[in-house]
Design a binder for this molecule. Structure first.
Ligand code: SF4
Length: 401
């Protein structure tokens, strides 16, 4: 891959890819998007080695099931991009890579994987989609409606195609055809910077379906505030390993590769719940796999409260907050016993959890106080604030309410 295809925008808030890294406090960060089929242990080792060679070795799993590679420099970031693109771990073309935003179920049936792969191929080759916003996200799922711009949901023998924020859906035998029509209609109707939910809030979903030439059926909207704690044994073939707050390094990524090579015969997927899903397990490996995963500091118990805390990289990884959010999350985890999501955000942008959470604590820019919000996004209105010292007792009380 020619380094000429590499761009360095240095724009805060940019949605990064490997070709378009973003500036952060700890250097440039590139977001590596897994292919639908996942990564082999050998590919994980290559990623770990290139992240160590070209970056700081710090990595972060995101809520879009991407892997951030951090601590790159203006010189090393193009070399990292070339290394992963040459190994076919990213699209060869920077524009195609920007469009390739697909969220899938961690435990995906073969027919869903086939459909998601077709969607991936379409996004990579369809240059008429250049006008899509960089964060425009597609989801393919059989579990529950995902908060993506366009979600393909398999429900029994039916396929539904559901735009974000819509209470109507297309029931389709050929879901990708409906996805293409809805996407093109979105491009014609949306103004610059709008996502699907903004467009539907402005014009209503009937306008979108009419523009797409599609007949819609009623579909109850769902907002996912309750997290799914998908770690440990998912089924006899799959085991999910949780990463506390998504934070790891190249050494621990190598550990994941070793576990997958030793205890399974398949690929490794990322989930939006900040976990690695090891597929095609060998027989009778659960006990040993669990023990080794725990030795490396990973989460295998669905009751672990860290699975229900979303924290951003504020402090060491983002200059928008003076508070080290990961350290705060680790210290508060013993006090959060609720089954719903606690969102600790370094500022109102809410990177770690862009939607509503049961409880959100947003750091003030210059003091050690936090705005408290209930059932809200980080940019909502807060009724009161607490100091860092007051948070543990408050969280313990809230967990019980
Ligand atoms: S939410 Fe956190 S990571 Fe995002 S901009 Fe604010 S401080 Fe930075």
């Amino acid at each position: 891959v020619a380094e000429a295809s590499f761009q360095l925008p240095f724009i805060k808030g940019w949605c990064p890819t490997v070709f378009e890294p973003m500036t952060a406090s700890d250097g440039l960060l590139a977001s590596l998007k897994p292919r639908v089929k996942g990564w082999t242990p050998a590919e994980l080792r290559l990623i770990a080695s290139e992240a160590q060679r070209h970056g700081s070795g710090a990595l972060l799993l995101t809520n879009r099931a991407n892997l951030q590679v951090r601590g790159l420099t203006a010189e090393s970031a193009p070399r990292f991009a070339a290394a992963v693109a040459n190994a076919a771990l990213a699209s060869a073309d920077a524009n195609a890579e920007r469009r390739r935003n697909i969220l899938t179920d961690a435990s995906m049936a073969p027919e869903l994987e086939a459909l998601a792969s077709q969607l991936e191929n379409w996004l990579e080759r369809e240059t008429t989609l250049a006008a899509l916003p960089p964060k425009f996200l597609f989801a393919v799922t059989a579990v529950e409606r995902q908060l993506a711009d366009i979600c393909i949901l398999a429900a029994g023998t039916q396929w539904y195609v559901i735009p974000d924020n819509a209470d109507l859906a297309v029931q389709a035998d050929e879901p990708l055809a409906a996805v293409a029509l809805l996407t093109q209609a979105f491009i014609r109707l949306a103004s610059e910077g709008q996502r699907m939910r903004d467009l539907i809030a402005e014009v209503g979903c009937e306008v979108l379906f009419r523009e797409a030439g599609l007949k819609a059926v009623a579909f109850a909207p769902q907002t996912r505030i309750q997290p799914t704690s998908d770690v440990g044994v998912l089924d006899p073939q799959r085991f999910a390993i949780g990463v506390p707050f998504g934070r790891l390094d190249a050494t621990r990524l190598l550990a994941i590769a070793d576990l997958a090579a030793r205890f399974a015969k398949g690929r490794v997927r990322l989930s939006a719940h900040r976990s690695f899903v090891i597929t095609s397990l060998k027989a009778d490996v659960i006990e040993a796999l669990s023990a080794h995963a725990q030795e490396h500091g990973f989460i295998i118990n669905a009751e672990d409260s860290r699975l229900r805390i979303a924290a951003c990289s504020g402090g060491s990884g983002c200059g928008n907050s003076v508070v080290s959010m990961f350290a705060l999350a680790e210290s508060l985890a013993p006090f959060w016993r609720g089954q719903s999501t606690l969102h600790l955000s370094g500022c109102a942008k809410g990177c770690a959890h862009p939607r509503a959470a049961a409880l959100t604590c947003v750091a003030e820019p210059t003091s050690n106080r936090f705005h408290i919000l209930k059932n809200s996004r980080a940019d909502g209105r807060s009724a009161f604030s607490l100091s860092a010292a007051e948070l543990p007792q408050f969280l313990a009380q809230e967990s019980l309410s």
